[in-house]
Design a binder for this molecule. Structure first.
Ligand code: ASN
Length: 295
């Protein structure tokens, strides 16, 4: 693929996403890259990476794995609708290169809405995705033509399945298999996940993943949020506790509010739009798991 064309499509995509959120009253916050707390991404799976950290000024700072803690803190401060395009650093194992969907560093559009419920965010995402594809077709039509790609605007509403249903139909490698079997983006809901996704009723989670069709896999994940400090405490494991200390303090001080939101992978969206084989085909200066990049 020619980088000029790929970047023309990427520029149209990022512009459309930003324009859509701004038109809905969101405020953009700058990405945080180093912080005394970050997303523990736990439990994700056995291959869940540990955050990169270093000592600084007598304290420990982490490289951002996602902006979840900071967007929840921003909402807690009274900012009702926020988003950020943020670099996320995740030390994926070398085996993860085989998925064609993982990078050591990627950009996530993370957004959060005070008082929102999962249906609000799912409807917002469906509209944002449709508008973004329209925007790309309008703003980058020449580049798309040169790349031989003409993405269809997804049909709304997107289908919904629970994790239990999708597993029953497609087995343990459901993300791969279901994504390959579908022609439209679809939702998977009720996924056991980190302490910040609301578990209600017990054993069920008010959260969701959006999956791209045609084998492109996970696009976005999000949920309604846990804001009660005692519940956060109960759900933290040892790993998470080491990484989220200052966030726990915020929760204990009553500085969190109910909210819902999600995070969308930019490189994966581009991979889907261009029907690329691998995420590094659409990311200039890609950091592929298990390799030292040339520059
Ligand atoms: N951004 C995701 C969310 O909003 C969290 C993540 O990336 N792990 O839930």
């Amino acid at each position: 693929m020619g980088w000029r064309e790929v970047l023309e499509v990427q520029t149209a995509l990022v512009g459309s996403l930003r324009g859509f959120l701004v038109s809905r009253g969101f405020l953009e916050i700058m990405p945080v890259v180093v912080a005394p707390a970050t997303d523990p991404l736990w439990p994700d799976s056995a291959s869940s990476p540990r955050p990169v950290s270093f000592e600084y000024a007598g304290g420990r700072l982490f490289l951002t794995q996602s902006m979840i803690l900071h967007k929840l803190a921003a909402v807690g401060q009274g900012l009702d609708k926020v988003f950020a395009f943020s670099p996320n650093v995740r030390l994926e194992s070398a085996e993860r290169a085989a998925t064609g969907r993982h990078l050591l560093e990627f950009v996530q559009l993370d957004f959060e809405v005070a008082g929102a419920k999962m249906d609000d965010i799912m409807a917002l995402v469906e509209e944002m995705v449709a508008r973004a594809v329209e925007g790309v077709r309008r703003m980058a039509s020449e580049a798309l033509g040169r790349l031989g790609a003409w993405p269809e605007v997804p049909k709304r509403p997107f289908e919904r399945m629970t994790l239990e249903e999708v597993r029953a139909e497609f087995g343990e490698v459901w993300e791969e298999e279901a994504s390959r079997a579908m022609d439209e983006p679809f939702w998977v809901t009720d996924i056991p996940r980190e302490f910040y996704d609301l578990e209600e009723p017990p054993g069920h989670f008010r959260n969701y993943d959006l999956i791209w069709p045609r084998g492109h896999g996970e696009a976005l994940s999000g949920g309604e949020r846990e804001w009660r400090p005692w519940r956060i405490e109960e759900r933290l494991n040892g790993v998470a506790r080491e990484v989220v200390g200052p966030f726990l303090e915020l929760a204990r001080s009553g500085l969190l509010r109910p909210s819902a939101g999600a995070g969308l992978g930019i490189e994966r969206f581009l991979k889907f739009l261009l029907d690329a084989d691998r995420v590094e085909d659409v990311r200039l200066f890609a950091r592929v798991p298990g390799r030292v990049p040339p520059l």
